[in-house]
Ligand binder design. Structure first.
Ligand code: PBE
Length: 306
């Protein structure tokens, strides 16, 4: 951990230095739009970033996809993916944007960063990051018999990227996740009513939800937890990395989770654990992952990153 932080600090200093040097050299930044002549400025993006992409937690599917992109795109031959965390990635992005410096991060939607910053996905002509993704719900085997109400809610939970985005923005602006979830639940009783249809109240039974501390999943998991609590459950939230999250539901250590990105992002985990858990289908459609840059970065495609 520590070592990585220091490496990062060193990188930031080098980056600052190279920006100063670049600024002295050219005296201006190239504002011209880049079609056709993108390669020169794109090369300087690589140099300024020392060919480093800011990643997140190592277990995330988007990290695997990015390592694959590093292999498949010739333009990424010299690039390297730096492991980090979702929170540190967002902080790096904020810092780069404050300083109008280039940055490339592993990003995804829904995410508050798209409402806070002007960002774009780099085009992915080889389709390494897949097409549109869904977020799916999983339950442990036996939950239906043991806790039918909780099972029913998990099965019926379904919302939109806008719904999730609303919760995420409130959390990002400082509201506690549980509070942001309660606010959303209160303001969306119609939708919540669909999820709880046919689910009987319980009296303090315990259920546990596994999740990873990705901003999107902090939002969804807290909302489902609040709905279960309102039904009378005592809900435990178990924060894990991606693989242990799947493993926890497969082994029955957790009752369920709402954080499976498919068909691509968590494909390996599905292959490994899928037949030991119950797959309840998409709770959100139209998610996406990829390499993300501020719009001022003069590259439109991964292939521009020569
Ligand atoms: N994410 C957010 C996860 C899924 C949810 C895109 C960072 C991942 O890459 O595994």
């Amino acid at each position: 951990m520590f070592k990585k932080k220091f490496r990062f600090l060193g990188l930031a200093m080098l980056l600052a230095l190279s920006v100063v040097l670049t600024a002295c050299g050219s005296g201006e930044s190239d504002e011209g739009s880049s079609d056709g002549e993108g390669s020169e400025s794109a090369a300087s993006i690589g140099e300024q970033l020392e060919y480093k992409i800011t990643g997140i937690e190592p277990g995330a599917g988007i990290m695997k996809a990015t390592n694959k992109a590093l292999e498949e795109y010739e333009s990424l031959a010299d690039w390297e993916l730096i492991e980090s965390s979702s929170a540190a990635m967002a902080a790096e992005l904020q810092k780069a944007i404050d300083n109008e410096e280039p940055i490339i991060v592993t990003g995804w939607t829904p995410h508050w960063m798209f409402s806070k910053f002007d960002l774009k996905y780099l085009k992915d002509p080889k389709g390494v990051y897949g097409e549109a993704e869904n977020i799916e719900t999983f339950a442990r085997k036996g939950l239906k018999a043991d806790q039918p109400s909780a099972y029913k809610v998990l099965d019926q939970f379904k919302w939109t990227p806008e719904d999730m985005g609303a919760v995420m923005v409130n959390i990002q602006e400082g509201m506690k996740p549980a509070k942001a979830a309660a606010k959303w639940v209160e303001e969306n009783s119609g939708k919540v009513g669909e999820w709880t249809k046919g689910a009987e109240k319980v009296d303090g039974e315990e259920v546990s939800l596994a999740y990873v501390a990705w901003d999107s999943e902090i939002a969804s998991t807290n909302v489902v937890a609040k709905v279960l609590e309102d039904l009378g459950y005592k809900v435990e939230l178990i924060q894990l990395d991606a693989a242990p999250m799947f493993a926890a539901v497969a082994s029955g250590d957790a009752d369920g989770m709402v954080a499976g990105w498919l068909p691509l992002t968590h494909k390996d985990y599905l292959e490994q654990y899928g037949d030991k858990m119950e797959r309840l289908g998409p709770n959100l459609e139209g998610a996406k992952t990829g390499l993300v840059v501020p719009t001022y970065v003069e590259a439109d495609s991964i292939e521009d990153l020569k």
